[in-house]
Each structure stands twice: as structure tokens, then as C-alpha cells.
Write a protein that binds this ligand. Sequence first.
Ligand code: CU
Length: 136
Amino acid sequence: MTTWKMSARSAVLAMAVALTPVAGALAAGAQDYEFRLVTAEVRQGAGAAVAVRLVHKPSGRAVPDAVIYATRLDMSPEGMPTMTTPVTPMPGGDEPGVYRFRTDLVMAGGWALTLAAKVQGEEGTVQDRLVLRSVQ
Ligand SMILES: [Cu+2]
């Protein structure tokens, strides 16, 4: 009986300890979020479509209604950091938390997409750099 009481108490303590990092993560802000490419390969050419999903990492949920205020697409993965191409935000599609862009992938190979965004109700800026491949 005594042994059981001890282990039940230990279990409660263990739960309290386990929950503490979760509470910390909820308050952590922008670093809890990341962008992920919907598809890592995009067909080369003018008018190419690039889609990214904004994910709340602790929960795995996609996050709609973020304000994306900076984008850059360049060929730094191929040693051409000064080779850039304009990135135009497109209206959201059917899927919440997915952000779409149109761009001209004038050369095949690796392109780095740099994004900065504000998430509703979170402090700080979500910044990410994703490498996609344009293929022929
Ligand atoms: Cu290039």
C-alpha cells in the first residue's frame, strides 16, 4: 500500500516535470514555427508555382493568416547568390496554412527561398530559408 502511494506520487511529479517544457514552448513565440515546402521540386520556367506550408512545430498544425512580408529567391545553393528572381504572393488556395507564390525559375537547379512572416498573436518574426529544385 505504501509502495503504491509512493509511486502514484512519483507519477504526478513526473507529469508535472514533463508538462513544464510544453508550457515553455507555448510562450516561446516565433521559433515555434517553420515553413516547409509543399513540393521540393518545381518545374523550371516562367510562371512557376511555389507553395509553402507554415507549421506550428509543437502541435504540427498548419497556421493560416500569417502576414508574409519579405521573400527572396536566389541561386545561392548553386554558388550564384546574386542571381535572384522576383517572387509574387498569390491568393491563398483551398488549404489553410498554405501560402503560394509565382516566380520565374529561369535556370534549373537549386534555389533558396527566404521568407519572413508574422503570426497572429505571436511576438517576433518567423524566418526561414528553404531550398527547392527547379527541374526540366
Ligand atoms: Cu543560376
